[in-house]
Design a protein around this ligand. Structure first.
Ligand SMILES: Nc1ncnc2c1ncn2[C@@H]1O[C@H](COP(=O)(O)OP(=O)(O)O)[C@@H](O)[C@H]1O
Ligand SMILES: [Mg+2]
Length: 312
């Protein structure tokens, strides 16, 4: 086996719990985010702790994807700063920028795997960019990581030949192939049926626990949130960052009724509450929930072979 600091051995005992909450790998300070002609959110302050699964939560249009794009250096902050491992991606150039990018993994909601490349070749792309390994070694590492996400038998398959869930797994394999310090995922289970989405949640939890990876996940999927998140920050259009804490604690004890209502709406739906969450939520929450709760739409998208993720 070739050495690439892959750290694929499981951490000992309760190492994950010990790591989580110990030290921030990402520090966001006084951050304003948006586009040239539009401020989306102001004055964001939070950290991402090493070893945790942090959800960026909020209704559709609340700014989750925009925040993620700022955190991975695609869009420069309008104000404030984001430090990854103590270094500022927005101001870094040349070799320093490459070094920071080398330490983050990304899978977008859109922008799927390259269709003309096999899963192995897709997963190999970050190795080609960031490592000096010979081809044989890159292939071996890519196959190993595909096996880690349950795709050992599909290494040579083209993306269109595998299911939407398998494509998502391959996109995650590509995001983690360099053993990054932090992995950013945008709506990882979008377009998947509920069972496949739950399997993907399990995979993410397994990767966090087994490999000690840190995840930042933009999502409005409450089932995923309660299944795997250690912590959530909640964004709200026009209000900024309105909550930061453990999902269950925010759901049951947040002082902000909007936060409680948003986080309780999934349980209410499952209990067939006489009042639907849509009926008592704001329009912004509605939009998020509709995407989350419409099984026809998710199954259809999956049938259409939608897939998520690309490397940087
Ligand atoms: N490229 C862009 N240029 C200008 N505004 C954008 C762009 N992309 C998204 N927005 C706007 O930014 C806000 C937040 O969008 P987004 O981050 O995609 O939300 P979310 O991911 O939470 O659904 C929305 O009002 C959206 O219309
Ligand atoms: Mg989004």
């Amino acid at each position: 086996m070739f050495s690439l600091d892959l750290a694929f051995a499981s951490p000992p005992g309760s190492a994950r719990e010990e790591r989580a909450g110990r030290s921030p790998i990402v520090t966001v300070t006084d951050l304003d985010i948006g586009y040239a002609d539009k401020i989306v959110l102001r004055d964001l302050n939070f950290t991402v702790e090493t070893g945790e699964i942090l959800f960026l939560l909020g209704a559709s249009g609340s700014g989750k994807s925009t925040l993620l794009k700022h955190m991975i250096g695609l869009i420069p902050p309008l104000a404030g700063k984001i430090l990854i491992g103590g270094r500022n991606l927005a101001t870094a150039e040349g070799a320093e920028r490459e070094a920071i990018l080398r330490e983050i993994g990304v899978a977008y909601q859109q922008g799927a795997l390259l269709r003309s490349l096999t899963l192995k070749e897709n997963v190999r792309l970050p190795l080609e960019r960031f490592s000096d390994l010979p081809l044989e070694a890159m292939n071996e590492v890519a196959a190993l990581v595909l096996a880690q996400v349950g795709l050992a038998s599909a290494v040579e398959a083209l993306p269109e030949r595998v299911s939407g869930g398998m494509q998502k797994r391959a996109a995650i394999a590509r995001a983690i192939v360099l053993s990054p310090k932090v992995v950013f995922l945008d709506e990882p289970s979008a377009g998947l049926d509920p069972i496949t989405a739950a399997e993907l949640d399990s995979l993410i939890r397994h990767l966090a626990d087994g490999l000690g990876l840190t995840f930042v996940i933009a999502s409005h999927e409450l089932s995923s949130l309660f299944a795997i998140a250690d912590r959530a920050i909640m964004l709200r259009e026009g209000h900024g960052l309105i909550a930061d804490g453990r999902p269950q604690a925010l759901r049951d004890g947040s002082s902000d009724p909007y936060v409680r209502r948003f986080l309780q709406s999934d349980a209410r739906r499952r209990m067939s509450s006489p009042r639907s969450p849509e009926a008592e939520s704001s329009e912004g929450v509605n939009r998020g929930l509709k995407q989350c709760l419409d099984p026809c739409r998710t199954v259809q998208s999956d049938r259409q072979g939608s897939s998520g993720g690309s490397s940087r």
